[in-house]
Design a protein around this ligand. Structure first.
Ligand SMILES: Cc1cc2nc3c(=O)[nH]c(=O)nc-3n(C[C@H](O)[C@H](O)[C@H](O)COP(=O)(O)OP(=O)(O)OC[C@H]3O[C@@H](n4cnc5c(N)ncnc54)[C@H](O)[C@@H]3O)c2cc1C
Length: 426
């Protein structure tokens, strides 16, 4: 069998572990297997790890992208036996044990797929073209530019209908992302924007959250769902449940059985889907996920594993697979790393998900939190949310910057990062 190497990566006597995806799952796995007898090659299409739960704060000018992104080469600074390549996985050739990337072919002894998922537009091409998703730091920054640009345009707009359309923001999807971004936007409307744009009447600015299901935060308790809706409405967000968006041409949102809404900004937070990985089509479960056993192994190809959002694993308590959240990815990365360290496969431990709870913040002093034995809301849930997220962000400097930004915003009622970034001088 041919052996393929990327430039400047030579085979060593150690088994080669190729990990594709430096998200929560891939990064945990690599961190735990460092100096544990593998030659590790970590591949990601970006040169940084992204902390997705705080994208919405980048989009609403609360945090800089660099506070929630961490360069991979810095994380593994001076580490031997780890090679990092910014590359895109294109195909897996599992029979020949190599992958095709945009940098070339690379052989592996063990291959871990941890590529996460992308935005699900449910096949609606117009929405894919015109709505703004929030599945990367780049998209969050683009959204920030779009929102701020809309106010700059509104201030010069003579036509009242067009002005209203610039000021309208519609969010689709009542999961944590939709709830959090709606809450943050309503706080911007209250505390920040009227001072920045005194010529605009912000009582005209509408923020609408549309959710196709019967409640917000469907993965949380009924009480948290109800509380989050109550909090959002208190902040002036119009919440519309059982409301299905069907089309958007960049100006008008068509909604099943409802009047259309005119808005220049549609934020799409309605769902995620994996993208089929060429060469692994036969192992796909629903929604683009890859079916694995309790050891994160694909059934068939030798030494190929998948973990995190892209994987679909059934457990007794999760017969339809695990929720696509960070803790599942981290715990699966941890479990697979522990197993790979053991020489004898008979000693491997099956994965078992420990649900540590879930939470979402709606705004200043307002959050909902469901822990395994306790559910609470309001100020203490908000402080708990801040602490948990701060703890999870990589790097001392990032923690410090985020903490300082949050403290500054809390006491000054201001978000200081309202730059519209453009390419060149246009
Ligand atoms: C806006 C938002 C908010 C969220 N909030 C929360 C929250 O509050 N709490 C929570 O628990 N979860 C939250 N999640 C979900 C959580 O972020 C995911 O469950 C988690 O990131 C999954 O980790 P992962 O390792 O499977 O994949 P990811 O973290 O998505 O990482 C995948 C990596 O693979 C790389 N990649 C993808 N395709 C390729 C390719 N072809 N070639 C090379 N590299 C590739 C990507 O660049 C990325 O670095 C949120 C998600 C989003 C989008």
């Amino acid at each position: 069998m041919s052996d393929f190497n990327l430039p400047n990566i030579q085979r060593t006597e150690k088994p080669r572990l190729v990990v594709v995806g430096a998200g929560f799952g891939g990064l945990k796995l690599v961190w735990k297997l460092m100096n544990k007898g593998f030659q590790i090659i970590l591949i990601d299409r970006h040169n940084y790890h992204q902390f997705q739960p705080l994208y919405y704060q980048v989009a609403t000018a609360g945090l800089e992208p660099s506070s929630i992104s961490f360069p991979l080469r810095k994380i593994f600074h001076k580490r031997k036996d780890i090679h990092i390549r910014m590359a895109r996985l294109e195909r897996v050739h599992h029979a020949q044990k190599y992958i095709q990337t945009d940098l070339g072919k690379l052989s592996y002894d063990h291959l871990v797929i941890a590529t996460g998922v992308g935005t699900n537009f449910f096949g609606m091409e117009n929405i894919r073209k015109n709505a703004i998703p929030m599945k990367s730091v780049g998209e969050a920054l683009f959204l920030r530019n779009r929102i701020l640009n809309c106010f700059e345009n509104a201030i010069n707009e003579k036509d009242e209908g067009q002005k209203a359309s610039y000021l309208n923001i519609v969010v689709v999807g009542g999961g944590p992302t939709g709830v959090e971004v709606s809450g943050a936007l309503s706080e911007m409307r209250k505390y920040v924007l009227p001072g920045d744009f005194p010529e605009l009447d912000f009582s005209q600015m509408k923020i609408t959250l549309l959710e196709a299901g019967q409640r917000l935060l469907a993965g949380m308790s009924e009480r948290s769902s109800a509380k989050s809706k109550q909090y959002l409405e208190r902040l002036g967000v119009k919440v519309s449940l059982e409301t299905m968006v069907e089309d958007y041409d960049g100006e008008t949102i068509s909604i099943k059985d409802h009047q259309p809404i005119h808005a220049k900004t549609l934020i799409w937070a309605a769902g995620v889907s994996g993208s089929t990985i060429a060469g692994l089509e036969e192992f796909q479960a629903g929604a683009g996920r890859i079916k694995v056993d309790r050891y994160s192994r694909l059934e068939g190809p030798e030494n190929v594993y998948a973990l995190g959002d892209i994987s679909y694993m059934e457990e007794e308590h999760f017969p339809k697979g695990h929720p696509q959240v960070a803790q599942v990815a981290i715990q699966q990365g941890n479990n697979l790393a522990n197993n790979l360290k053991k020489k004898d496969v008979k000693n491997w431990k099956p994965f078992s998900y420990k649900d540590l709870g879930s939470m979402a913040t709606v705004g200043r002093n307002l959050a909902v939190c469901d822990l395994p034995l306790l559910s609470f809301h309001g100020f203490f849930a908000w402080v708990f949310w801040l602490a948990v997220h701060l703890f999870q962000i990589l790097g001392v400097k990032n923690k410090l910057f985020v903490f300082l930004n949050w403290t500054w915003s809390y006491f000054t009622f201001d978000q200081s990062l309202r730059l519209i970034l453009k390419q060149g001088d246009k």
